[in-house]
Design a protein around this ligand. Structure first.
Ligand SMILES: NC(=O)c1ccc[n+]([C@@H]2O[C@H](COP(=O)([O-])OP(=O)(O)OC[C@H]3O[C@@H](n4cnc5c(N)ncnc54)[C@H](OP(=O)(O)O)[C@@H]3O)[C@@H](O)[C@H]2O)c1
Length: 276
């Protein structure tokens, strides 16, 4: 079974260097996918209230046959529950659906700047961590400015920012600002879901040179840039393939060849995207 390196977060907990995404699986798919992923060696799983599969994800974690404390379970607060009490209540619902005593990593899914309640939610997340119901707290789709505001108004930095990142959107500036603050970046859509990245000739060339697949060299690119990719696969064979990215190294020219392309977002712009 693969051995996955870990990162130490700014709160002293640890996170595996790669995880499993579960969107857009339903409960039954998520349960099976989480179980096969844990069997393959994954120890980080990513769900969200808005994926509608916390129940299946929790079942997968509880039946995977490894100790609960070995798995980092992540879920996320939806936009419709921003606010202090709303966040506490929403978390309790997530915890009940997951069927777990605690959640390892709880993230604010989107900042929703127009709604302007993410600081209130952040204060509730701090309380959840103090109570031991959540091990680590973080955000998703936050810009450096949103994070600066959390720090200014509460004195508490997130441990993680889960952001859209893939070779079509390298996020160099944001990564630099997160690293300077000790906030670990996770990358969503790391394989560029919905784009033609996996059949890109430049990626194929690097893959061939290493006797690897395009998916593996893209995931290796993330790992070498110090971010934690969370590729989604419901297929046990591709899950194993995606995990097997710790025994080869890309050189600087290969890293550059993979990222050398026009920037393109596949998802929403954090300053404007509204998702409730
Ligand atoms: N925070 C946010 O706002 C946010 C937004 C989007 C996503 N996410 C999270 O990030 C996770 C990953 O992102 P994503 O699902 O959008 O995109 P992704 O991981 O980049 O791509 C997933 C797609 O690639 C396929 N795939 C997986 N491994 C492959 C391989 N080795 N070779 C070829 N195809 C492969 C999967 O199909 P198979 O299942 O058939 O293998 C699936 O269709 C999500 O599942 C979710 O947990 C978070």
């Amino acid at each position: 079974m693969a051995t996955v390196p870990v990162h130490t977060l700014n709160d002293g907990t640890t996170s595996p260097a790669i995880g499993l995404g579960t969107y857009p699986m339903d409960d039954a798919e998520a349960e099976q996918a989480v179980r096969s992923a844990v069997e393959a060696g994954y120890r980080l799983v990513d769900t969200a209230t808005n994926y509608g599969n916390e129940t299946g994800t929790g079942r997968g974690v509880r039946s995977a046959g490894v100790a609960r404390e070995e798995i980092v379970v992540t879920t996320k607060l939806p936009g419709r529950h921003h606010g202090y009490q709303e966040t506490l209540d929403s978390f309790e619902e997530s915890r009940r659906r997951l069927g777990l005593d605690y959640v390892d990593l709880y993230l604010i899914h989107w900042p929703l700047p127009r709604v302007d309640r993410y600081v209130e939610s952040w204060k509730a997340m701090i309380k959840l961590r103090e109570e031991g119901l959540v091990r680590s707290i973080g955000v998703s789709n936050f810009t450096a400015e949103h994070i600066d505001r959390l720090e200014r108004e509460t004195g508490v930095l997130p441990s993680v920012d889960q952001i859209e990142m893939h070779p079509l959107l390298g996020q160099e500036e944001l990564r630099g600002r997160l690293a300077a603050k000790g906030v670990l970046a996770e990358s969503w859509s790391p394989l560029g879901r919905g784009s033609d990245l996996l059949s890109d000739p430049a990626v194929a060339k690097v893959a061939e040179a290493h006797g690897r697949t395009p998916g593996q060299v893209i995931l290796r690119w993330h790992v070498q840039l110090g971010v934690v990719p969370i590729p989604k696969s419901g297929n046990p064979e591709r899950q194993r393939e995606n995990l097997d990215v710790f025994e080869f190294t890309l050189d600087q020219a290969e890293l550059a060849a993979i990222s050398d392309r026009a920037e393109r977002r596949l998802g929403g712009d954090p300053d404007r995207h509204e998702e409730f």
